[in-house]
Design a binder for this molecule. Structure first.
Ligand code: SF4
Length: 260
């Protein structure tokens, strides 16, 4: 890796069980670029090549509400990946009243809190990144008299306020947060281990982590040649019916698995 020149390769292998896992796209960016900014461009590029997947397996850094909604709307892709958990203190405090426990009536533009109190205002706003938001305020009189106040708000004298994304985004994020707690999600998401396996193979065989050249275009070419080499290797292994490597289980995990 050249000092001061850091790059990242984005790769999307096909993961169907009966086919060779081939790398279908290379996206090389400067390393500081946020992962989630690349999901949409990668999907656009795959659409142009008629190689869109039905399900797009992504790690947490590549998934947010906008990605989930846009993938379904623009490309009919189901995003399979976890989103960040609710960062609000209420979601991480036993007994805390997080936004997931409020009922939102989108048509009436009203929210109902777990104590049955209706909101008094519902106002469109924007967050500091320019994203559309809705700020929902509950009546101060009801909140000040509420027995659950300590679990709901830290405002000394004010009322509970909720800030939520527009309906499609809010529902997508809530549904994903709930689904990612389930065993069914964890089982399905295991398939993504193949992506990490691709990186591992590329590092071991082709020294992917080291950029041999200076300049994004040349490093992209290095990544492209790496992907071609891996695809050839994978296609040959598939033709020869070489079994795929399994994800390694650490000694500690094996030991834990033996405990009653
Ligand atoms: S503090 Fe206000 S919003 Fe929270 S539960 Fe009580 S009445 Fe509802």
């Amino acid at each position: 890796m050249e000092t001061g020149h850091w790059y990242r390769a984005g790769r999307l292998p096909y993961c169907d069980d009966e086919r060779p896992n081939l790398i279908t796209h290379i996206a090389t960016t400067p390393a500081p670029q946020a992962d989630c900014t690349m999901t949409a461009p990668i999907q656009e590029a795959l659409a142009a090549k008629n190689l869109l997947p039905r399900e797009h397996y992504l790690d947490r850094g590549y998934v947010d509400a906008e990605i989930i909604v846009q993938s379904a709307r623009e490309h009919q892709i189901e995003v399979v990946g976890p989103v960040i958990t609710d960062p609000a203190w209420q979601a991480h405090t036993p007994g805390g009243l997080s936004v997931a426990q409020f009922v939102l009536d989108w048509e009436a533009q009203q929210a109902i809190c777990p104590q049955g109190v209706s909101s008094q205002s519902w106002s469109p706003a924007r967050d500091r990144y320019g994203n559309e938001m809705i700020v929902i305020q509950f009546p101060r009189v009801a909140c000040r008299a509420c027995d659950e106040r300590a679990n709901c708000t830290k405002a000394k004298h004010g009322a509970r306020t909720l800030s939520v994304r527009p309906r499609a985004h809010h529902e997508a994020i809530q549904m994903t947060r709930s689904h990612q707690q389930t065993g069914a999600f964890r089982k399905k998401y295991r398939r993504r281990a193949g992506v990490e396996g691709s990186f591992s193979q590329a590092n071991r065989r082709c020294d992917l982590r080291h950029a041999r050249y200076i300049g994004l275009a040349k490093v992209w070419l290095q990544h492209l040649i790496t992907a071609i080499a891996l695809n050839l290797f994978r296609a040959l292994a598939w033709l020869a019916e070489v079994p795929r490597a399994q994800t390694r289980t650490s000694a500690f995990a094996k030991l834990m698995g033996q405990l009653p």
